[in-house]
Design a protein around this ligand. Structure first.
Ligand code: FES
Length: 260
């Protein structure tokens, strides 16, 4: 309802593409009633349920946790499950939803993330603890070491940064902000035993030096993370990676003492 108690109808403009029928993407308008608290995902769900069951998109958790629902809204990548529709209406009452840019479209708002995940695996995103660590015990990590990773562990792998990156748009071999942020998390993790090896892997032409510091990844991140700063840190560490490896070995002499 609007402020004067009347129902307000708005337009959700959705990019459609069915590879079985369409030569290229097209836009389609759907009119819905704007209800209090409606998110863009709610609007898509309403359209799919009551107007056109063929509208296709990804979603899962509906709570900005799983990262499935990243889309391009009015030209900006964001999670549609946490974005109020009211806040994305233009002066004509229209909200435009497209799939994440620079990725192959499978159907409507669903993109093919194969390259995204392949690049992610390149950085060995798993923790590689030293063999002395017992996995059933807890180990002490200082508050300063936790602060240094700058919440990078809260990345939900939604792809918003990857798809906003102009370098990825031109060069799919670039590892990308999502994977470099994960590499940053592992390299700075005092429990990890292979920071030097990781930094050597990132030192090539598709790695940390390929970032042009355009900052699109920062603007796009729905979690407020800073992949550009993480990449800059990795560059500096890569230049002294042997020293980083030595320091890590020294640090692990203390970290591998389990908490009693
Ligand atoms: Fe999980 Fe939006 S549906 S992040």
């Amino acid at each position: 309802m609007s402020d004067n108690g009347k129902h307000t109808n708005v337009i959700v403009r959705i990019q459609r593409f069915n590879p079985d029928n369409d030569q290229k993407p097209r836009m389609q308008d759907f009119q819905i009633e704007l209800k209090p608290g409606t998110t863009i995902l709610d609007a898509l769900q309403e359209i799919k349920t009551h107007q056109d069951g063929s509208v296709t998109y990804r979603k899962s958790c509906r709570h900005a946790i799983c990262g499935s629902c990243a889309m391009n809204v009015n030209g900006k990548n964001e999670l549609v499950c946490k974005t109020p529709l009211r806040e994305r209406l233009d002066k004509n009452g229209v909200c435009t939803v497209r799939p994440l840019p620079y990725l192959p479209i499978i159907k409507d708002l669903v993109v093919d993330r194969t390259a995204f995940w392949e690049q992610y695996l390149r950085v060995k995103p798993w923790l590689a603890p030293p063999p002395t660590v017992q996995t059933d015990r807890e180990y002490r990590v200082s508050q300063e070491e936790v602060a240094a990773i700058r919440n990078a562990e809260t990345c939900i792998m939604c792809g918003a940064c990857y798809s906003a990156c102009q370098v990825i748009a031109l060069n799919k071999k670039y590892i990308g902000p999502h994977a470099l942020l994960k590499a940053f998390l592992r390299v700075l993790d005092p429990r990890d035993a292979i920071p030097g090896e990781r930094l050597a892997d990132l030192d090539g032409s598709d790695g940390v030096y390929r970032c042009h510091t355009i900052f699109n990844c920062i603007d796009a991140c729905p979690k407020g993370l800073n992949p550009t700063e993480a990449i800059e840190t990795l560059r500096k560490l890569a230049q002294r990676r042997l020293k980083v490896e030595e320091e890590r070995l020294e640090r692990q002499k203390t970290i591998t003492e389990p908490i009693a």
